[in-house]
Write a protein that binds this ligand. Structure first.
Ligand code: SF4
Length: 596
């Protein structure tokens, strides 16, 4: 049976690991291909591409972000050709299977749990006309009438028999799964794109049991052998992709193995690709910390799930967090200035009301990690939270992504306020374009109560209908300026910080009208002189060749009585997008005469 594996990613830069694993495990025996789309593409384009393969079995990789779209596609495919067989797999269809198949009569098969071995056995059973009940990890439908047309099929769903076979035993050696990326053919083209993120896993399962997370359902952590991981990484590190994102649920569950993998990457990452890991911070010991201190700048990113700091909440969601250690670890890594850290919080958890969330937010925001990501509880089938929705009176959207609407502790109105705050944290904090301004505001006017600032700023956005429009980054500088003016905190120090942020993040943009435009103009002559000064060129650019033009590679701005030199570096490196120097003494040393 000609088989097509289809994925619908949420963005073009993503790539689906699951269909690649399935293909590499099954394609030696079966006529099989993959097609990868995004949920932003036109449905007709997708159905056209699927039909053109003439596949008889279409398999979809299902997640909360694509299941609704997949249902729409299946409806069109089956309506056009009722003989087509549809198979679904992935976390979104691995729980409540009977109800799911009853509610979705056009689905013929589901493979639940890990799919590689189950799909292969399923295809063998179909090919050899064997009894499907022997295929573990498979659910299937026995329709009332075998060759029913669509309307008959819909009419007969109550009488369909849904069979769910035994779950697959996943205690097998992961190394039997072949390397998922097909380097000989079209995959090479895709992952070689500089915008692409390559997903990769060196282990499956998580040692923790967080009540909201589907990874808590797997009872064990299994790893690919270190030799295998190294072999795979050698290939992936040679591509031109933007980033390798490890999907290991807790990459540092075994810290010695984590160190070995990271060390191997450092030794073989000649293109300096960015590598992303999800880690648990409070289990990082001093040995690992010392190791991290030696890591190159901006090669690694850590995503650290904190979720809440409310003890009752953490206990209810089965998270035991040693906060003292977490804070210590985050502060140490921050001091190293080499690893990019994202901290995650979730709103809508049990026992976390609005006031309690404020405390969690402030505690985590005030660690000043590189990013603070606010997520909203998603009630996923198979999790403890899903089982306990009545206990906490959790109401959530009926369709994927099943996000919280309200619960016993937090109202919908409060959730909406947090959504508005999340948008501002993302725009003003996470990209570091306003770093000095935000720090200044927090320290000078809000006594480090970050939540109060974002809440007030968010009211300002709402009052002025700012959420209703799109704003480019230049406009964001003007908005925060107007907010400060409105609140009566528009001091010269505030403007200096904003100017500093603007110039360090904008190599070419003219100064905005909110700044004194003559500032930069008055330094134009100095700029021309020092750009030709040998000592200046060597000191700040390390350049000796006098023919190399640097005039457009730096800016000079006056901030209070200081002349600040901004030298632009690597835009992607938030630790070093731009370096700034106070050059008053340098100007005196070269006896620059002109008044400035
Ligand atoms: S939230 Fe993270 S640590 Fe907790 S079970 Fe899921 S993957 Fe594991």
């Amino acid at each position: 049976m000609k088989t097509l594996l289809v994925s619908l990613d949420s963005k073009f830069i993503h790539s689906n690991l699951a269909i690649r694993y399935l293909k590499s495990y099954c394609a030696d025996c079966f006529d099989m291909d993959t097609k990868e789309f995004t949920i932003n593409q036109k449905i007709e384009l997708i159905t056209d591409q699927i039909f053109s393969t003439k596949a008889e079995l279409i398999c979809f990789s299902c997640y909360i972000w694509n299941i609704e779209f997949i249902n729409d596609i299946i409806y069109i495919l089956k309506t056009a050709n009722p003989k087509l067989k549809i198979l679904l797999g992935g976390p979104e269809v691995s729980y409540d299977i009977k109800a799911f198949m009853r509610n979705n009569p056009l689905i013929d098969f589901i493979i639940y749990g890990e799919g590689e071995i189950s799909l292969r056995e399923f295809l063998i059973a179909i090919r050899d006309n064997k009894d499907l009940s022997t295929v573990n990890g498979l659910a299937y439908r026995i329709p009332k009438q075998d060759n029913a047309e669509l309307n008959d099929l819909q009419a007969s769903i109550e009488d369909d028999l849904i069979i769910i076979n035994k779950a697959r035993d996943i205690n097998y050696d992961l190394d039997v799964l072949a390397f998922p990326y097909d380097y000989e053919e079209k995959d090479l083209m895709q992952v070689n794109d500089a915008n692409r993120i390559i997903y990769y896993e060196s282990s499956r399962g998580c040692p923790f049991r967080c009540a909201f997370c589907m990874s808590s359902i797997d009872k064990s952590v299994r790893t690919f052998s270190l030799e295998r991981v190294k072999r795979d990484l050698l290939i992936l590190l040679k591509t031109k992709a933007r980033q390798i994102k490890f999907v290991d649920r807790t990459f540092n569950a075994d810290y010695k193995r984590a160190m070995q993998i990271m060390q191997f990457i450092v030794e073989n990452n000649s293109q300096y690709m960015s590598i992303h890991f999800e880690i648990t911070a409070d289990i990082i010991n001093d040995e690992f910390l010392e190791f991290l201190k030696l890591m190159p700048v901006n090669m690694f990113q850590f995503e650290i799930g904190v979720q809440s700091t409310n003890e009752q909440t953490l206990c209810e969601i089965n998270r035991k967090t040693n906060f003292e250690r977490l804070i210590y670890v985050v502060n140490r890594i921050k001091e190293y200035k080499n690893i990019h850290m994202h901290l995650d919080l979730i709103a809508g958890l049990p026992y976390e009301d609005y006031e309690s969330f404020k405390l969690s937010f402030n505690k985590i925001h005030n660690l000043y990690a590189d990013k603070l990501q606010l997520g909203f509880l998603k009630v996923l089938k198979g999790t403890k939270i899903y089982e306990n929705t009545d206990v906490h009176d959790i109401k959530y959207s009926k369709k994927a992504p099943y996000e919280i609407i309200r619960n016993k502790y937090i109202s919908y109105e409060e959730i909406l306020k947090l959504k508005n705050i999340e948008e501002l944290v993302d725009r003003y904090y996470n990209e570091k374009y306003f770093y000095n301004t935000i720090m200044f505001i927090m320290k000078s006017f809000y006594n480090d109560n970050a939540f109060e600032f974002y809440e007030e700023f968010s009211h300002y956005w709402k009052r002025n209908n700012l959420y209703l429009a799109m704003h480019n980054r230049k406009k964001l500088y003007e908005i925060i300026y107007d907010f400060a003016k409105n609140k009566g905190i528009l001091t010269s120090e505030f403007v200096d910080n904003l100017l500093y942020d603007f110039v360090s993040s904008n190599e070419k943009e003219e100064l905005l009208s909110i700044f004194d435009k003559t500032n930069e103009e008055s330094l134009r002559e100095i700029k021309k002189v020092i750009a030709k000064n040998e000592e200046f060129r060597f000191k700040y650019f390390g350049i000796q060749d006098m023919n190399y033009r640097i005039i457009n590679d730096f800016r000079l701005v006056k901030i209070t009585d200081d002349i600040i030199l901004f030298v632009y570096k690597d835009k992607e490196n938030i630790f070093e997008r731009c370096k700034s120097y106070r050059i008053n003494e340098f100007l005196e040393s070269i006896e620059y005469k002109e008044e400035y």
